[in-house]
Design a protein around this ligand. Sequence first.
Ligand SMILES: NC(=O)c1ccc[n+]([C@@H]2O[C@H](COP(=O)([O-])OP(=O)(O)OC[C@H]3O[C@@H](n4cnc5c(N)ncnc54)[C@H](OP(=O)(O)O)[C@@H]3O)[C@@H](O)[C@H]2O)c1
Length: 300
Amino acid sequence: MLGAGLDTSREMTQEVKMKTILITGASSGIGLETARTLIRQGYSVIGVARSEANCDRAKEMILSDNPNAKIIFFMADLMQQREVVRVAEEITLYLNEKCSGELYALINNAGCVRSWYMTTDEGYEQQFALNHLAGFLLTHKLLPALIKAQGRVIMTGSESHKGIKVRWDNIMLSRRYNPLTAYKQSKLCNILFAKGLNDRYAAAGIRAYVVDPGLVNTDIGSKETGALVNFIWSVRKRYGVPPSVPAKTYEFLCEQKFPPDGLYYYFCKEKNYSKQVTSQNADRLFELSERLCDIRYEKV
Ligand SMILES: NC(=O)c1ccc[n+]([C@@H]2O[C@H](COP(=O)([O-])OP(=O)(O)OC[C@H]3O[C@@H](n4cnc5c(N)ncnc54)[C@H](OP(=O)(O)O)[C@@H]3O)[C@@H](O)[C@H]2O)c1
């Protein structure tokens, strides 16, 4: 198990039962800062990211902050579905062994932007695959642990989800590809997924949310993008807030004793979202994504 080698937490035992939170994309940017914030609040954190070097660096930063931090990283390229399935199995074993099989919160945060049409091994457009499908599949695999903990699922969304509709006839946008439209659509899918999860699993005690982090000064626009996107992002990100700012909204959603009723949160407050976010569109996205991931979310 790749993750086992990275477990430097000091005896993640059950003596004091801590709530466990899983954050994807915890090796940099918003995910890393959210991990640090939640650890300071006393949570045990499982990070998932794709690069051993970046996971090691993140782990060192977290431990230098707080040498007693309960942190473990698992590595997976979440763009590839077989990797999502593999890491979900490893994490489930870990949760069963160390956390009574309970996952208090899952933060589906890993994300990317692209400059041109690129596909995964499965042939799916990469922004759709990572920003939406990875979280859709990972959440399904971890549902038993989330249900056991009456847990929360939190997606990292974006204001950019507004002003577009899902292209149901060509969801990978393969014809006349526009990378910005693909990004915006993937962020609209985050809210539809959260809405659909609430429709299906509120009765089982699960609540789903979306955090809108605002414009944040991270390197997302400089990873596997072309020179133009790289340049635009390097200028734009300077106007962004530090990742510690949106981290407070994840903390707020995790810290509320009774799960708040809202769906879309910005600066710890509910914010309005696109009128495209309806149960009908959520059902349609579930149906399509289930087919693409070869899974079935059962209604309870
Ligand atoms: N920055 C903003 O202004 C902004 C605004 C709205 C929404 N968001 C959303 O915020 C989320 C986090 O973005 P960020 O700005 O914090 O960017 P970031 O610093 O690039 O963080 C992205 C995280 O995802 C990981 N990742 C990337 N590709 C992956 C893959 N294939 N498999 C597994 N992990 C992968 C990255 O790993 P590495 O460390 O190895 O790169 C990193 O940990 C994204 O969903 C993004 O859409 C950001």
